[in-house]
Design a protein around this ligand. Sequence first.
Ligand code: MN
Length: 417
Amino acid sequence: MPLKSFIDVPRESHFPIQNLPFGIFRPRTGAARVGVAIGEYVVDLAALEQKEHFALGQDRQLFSTDSLNAFLALGRPAWRETRAILQHLLAADTPTLRDDSALRDRVFYAQKDVTMQLPARIGDYTDFYSSYHHAHNVGTMLRGPENALMPNWKWLPVAYHGRASSIVVSGTEVRRPHGQIKPPDTSAPVLGPTKSLDYELEMAFLIGPGNSLGEPVAIDRAIDHIFGFVLMNDWSARDIQAWEYQPLGPFLAKNFCTSISPWVVTLEALEPFRKPLLPQDPAPLPYLHLTNDFTYDIHLEARLQTAKLNVPHIITRTNFQSLYWSISQQLAHHAVSGCNLQPGDLLASGTISGAAEESRGCMLELTWRGANPLKLPNGETRKWLEDGDELTITGWCEEDGYRVGFGEVAGRVLPPL
Ligand code: MN
């Protein structure tokens, strides 16, 4: 018998009692605080904390704050305890909240009545490049199929350090960026708005407890440092990227905006959806080898809404499971130099593409650098995103009778200044 709540949760909801993702919300009146989503509601953890429903050490202000960072730093025992308390309080046969309408009025908000903020103060942000099919497709465009993958790709999870200050929460509009672009028929570059704005369908995880500077994290302890996942759109300007990226990688092409979904789905909620990691050949070096390493079965979609389309059109259908490198490998590699990860750091997967054409996670691949424009149901075509287009990424896991979902990350493109 699956766990049930006294809150009515529709079957297709992303937020049943099995999920309970954490986020930061602001009610119409009052300060931002920590909440957990269930069905169409938010549970106010600050209100529950004041009623002493949580006993997580001495800190009585853990949830009356506008970021998850303090909670993230506590680590998995505190996360598990909080989740257990919440699942108990929300269960169909627990009267504490169910039968106390005054307490319920103080604790529950309708999601439509609150504003979601970034879940954490993100100090540092890293973006990996862990999808084999994405790396292979992009490498094929640049170097041909024989040299698609660089020699290091199957030995280490390639990444770059991104820009944390321009990470925004879902719903924030994205301004078409300016940068240097080098037209093929001229010898000098020009400064101008990008003509090839793209999305990248990604997921990203938030770091819990960090590691000290100089002290690597063993791969069998990597998971202790990971709290949970959000959806991410790594907005990218391909023409700026093409001119600037050698030899140090992307810079302005990706530092203008990165969008994430507001609800953080915990590894506890994702546990039923673990799958074995795909085989790796060559075998990774010992510091990247984890017996029974795993990934998750998470269905992911991107949909495009133009000013003229009646309904959004799904342009990517893919799965997190197709990634080559695991989250444990990404974290262990990140820290093997002694780099100190800190609570609230964000580590992203890279664009998630599968083998099928419809599973390509960005327009660069879907249109093969603009050579095969997307055809939309109303006759419109797209090589890249246009001003006014809205791109939304969603994702969920599914079991008998319920979904553990991530909500969505959406953003609309504004014309350049
Ligand atoms: Mn990316």
